[in-house]
Ligand binder design. Structure first.
Ligand SMILES: NC(=O)c1ccc[n+]([C@@H]2O[C@H](COP(=O)([O-])OP(=O)(O)OC[C@H]3O[C@@H](n4cnc5c(N)ncnc54)[C@H](O)[C@@H]3O)[C@@H](O)[C@H]2O)c1
Length: 460
């Protein structure tokens, strides 16, 4: 039944008169706020971090995928403002929640940020508001956790206020796909909620994919991320096998990818990173275990991917050994700290694990990453502050071994190849075979020490 409340909000959205609030102005929230502002809505960003609010109000972006110009244009036109004052949520017609959903140390979901955000929404909830959860979470969060908290106000979901889940699928650093052109899946707690959320996003995003419930929308996101995690686990295991069998996994994947159907290439690497792939599948795993179901693929892929930093350290140890050096006492330059190329995000980055493991074994670790100028002691297990080395031939040549862990496209790999004494390449960033380059999932270069120019370099 289409109520007056529904019709009135629908009309406000249609006319771009709806005030939209976005809670959590990070990698997901800020691009979304900018898209909604560009669509013509007056958007207010809410964050507990006043520095972020100040940056936005000053017309500056701190997210690489969003330009300063884009933020400045929205702020100047009056369509975007940011605040830490949660009491202003009551003035919003629609509210998007984009706060973190990490794991606890036990790998159980940590919904504390979502709960705090929903408490803030509940404190000023009024009839006619639309609330959409975007944070990745387990199936059931919207209707089992969020809905009861909001209904404690005495208002009924899908009647007095509207509630939906819509997963964010943004891929930071992707030059082709962004918040605007990635289809948006929407599942409301009832038909009115689905329709309103679809109408809101439809104003800003190219394609909307409605599904039957918030649980289905929550599961869509977890299927996507579990699919990636499991396939990366599979290709990492294939890389480990290739390593044993003396085959080059990069050659194998490249050739397999020529199959025009039934195959999709995934690439091995030093382990999983980021706020999504290493974490989200464990939300699903936790929920499945509540029903007595044992989700084996997730656990197995987690083990294989979690073991990759150790394998990389073994590879570095082996490479140094062949050059008559030990990890203990060697200077090892980690090339790339971010968890994937062309971004500055270090959350869960396997580079941090590799670096800490090498440090524990007595290596003098350094890093170079054009996107990560400094590394705070608390951000890794080595426990001391670091700053990036300059990406110069001298800095590269100074290291006993350069370990390429993130293949940023701005790095001059020809220079790295020419300058380094020894390279362990976990991303296939260096093309071809070279006597001083060891690749993950590929045979060691043949009799490295018998190559005169290398012997000259490494024994010096
Ligand atoms: N980063 C990605 O690539 C990506 C992609 C898809 C989905 N997601 C999901 O989106 C959600 C947000 O991720 P993110 O990467 O944007 O996180 P983020 O850490 O970059 O941003 C979260 C923001 O929320 C703020 N915040 C925390 N608690 C708050 C509260 N109670 N009230 C107001 N603000 C609060 C933080 O200060 C921060 O600015 C997570 O559930 C994540 O899994 C992330």
């Amino acid at each position: 039944m289409k109520t007056k409340t529904f019709e009135s909000l629908l009309e406000r959205i249609r006319a771009r008169e709806a005030q939209v609030g976005v809670i959590g102005l990070g990698y997901v929230g800020l691009p979304l706020a900018v898209e909604l502002a560009n669509a013509g809505f007056a958007v207010t960003g809410f964050d507990v971090d006043s520095a972020k609010a100040d940056e936005i109000n000053g017309g500056r972006s701190y997210i690489p995928d969003v330009s300063d110009e884009a933020v400045a244009a929205c702020v100047t036109s009056g369509r975007l403002t940011a605040t830490t004052d949660m009491t202003l949520l009551g003035a919003m017609d629609a509210i998007d929640i984009c706060v973190p959903t990490p794991l606890r140390k036990t790998k159980d979901p940590d919904l504390s940020y979502v709960v705090l955000a929903v408490e803030a929404v509940a404190a000023t909830l009024r009839g006619g508001q639309l609330v959409i959860l975007e944070s990745t979470t387990y199936p059931g969060t919207t209707d089992e956790v969020v809905q009861p908290m909001l209904e404690e106000t005495g208002l009924a979901a899908d009647v007095d206020f509207f509630l939906a889940f819509s997963p964010e699928r943004v891929d930071p650093g992707n030059p082709t796909f962004n918040t605007h052109n990635v289809p948006k899946v929407v599942g409301g707690v009832g038909p009115a909620s689905t329709e309103l959320a679809s109408m809101l996003y439809g104003a800003a995003i190219e394609t909307i994919v409605p599904v039957s419930s918030p649980q289905a929308a929550e599961m869509v996101k977890l299927l996507e991320n579990t699919f990636r995690m499991v396939n990366i686990g599979l290709v990492n295991e294939i890389a480990l096998m290739c390593d044993r069998l003396g085959l080059d996994v990069w050659e194998v994947v490249k050739a397999a990818a020529t199959k025009p159907f039934g195959f999709m290439p995934f690439y091995p690497g030093p382990g999983l990173g980021g706020h999504c792939i290493p974490i989200d599948p464990f939300y699903l795993s936790w929920k499945a275990k509540q029903t007595g179901f044992d989700p084996r693929f997730i656990e197995l892929a987690g083990q294989i991917n979690g073991g990759m930093p150790h394998f990389v350290v073994d590879k570095i140890t082996d490479a140094l050994n062949r050059h008559e050096k030990s990890v203990n006492g060697s200077t090892i330059l980690i090339l790339g700290l971010a968890y994937k190329r062309d971004i500055d995000d270090m959350r869960e980055s396997p580079s941090l694990d590799v670096m800490a493991l090498l440090h524990q074994r007595g290596a003098k670790v350094r890093y170079a990453d054009p996107y990560v100028p400094t590394l705070a002691a608390r951000a890794w297990h080595g426990g001391f502050d670091m700053q990036t080395e300059p990406l110069t031939a001298a800095a590269i040549a100074d290291a006993d071994c350069v370990a390429i862990l993130t293949e940023h496209r701005t790095v001059d790999y020809d220079m790295v190849l020419r300058s380094a004494r020894l390279i362990v390449d976990t991303r296939n960033a260096i093309a071809g075979k070279h006597p001083h380059v060891f690749k993950l999932g590929a045979p060691a270069p043949v009799m490295t020490l018998e190559t005169p120019e290398v012997r000259e370099k490494v024994v010096a």
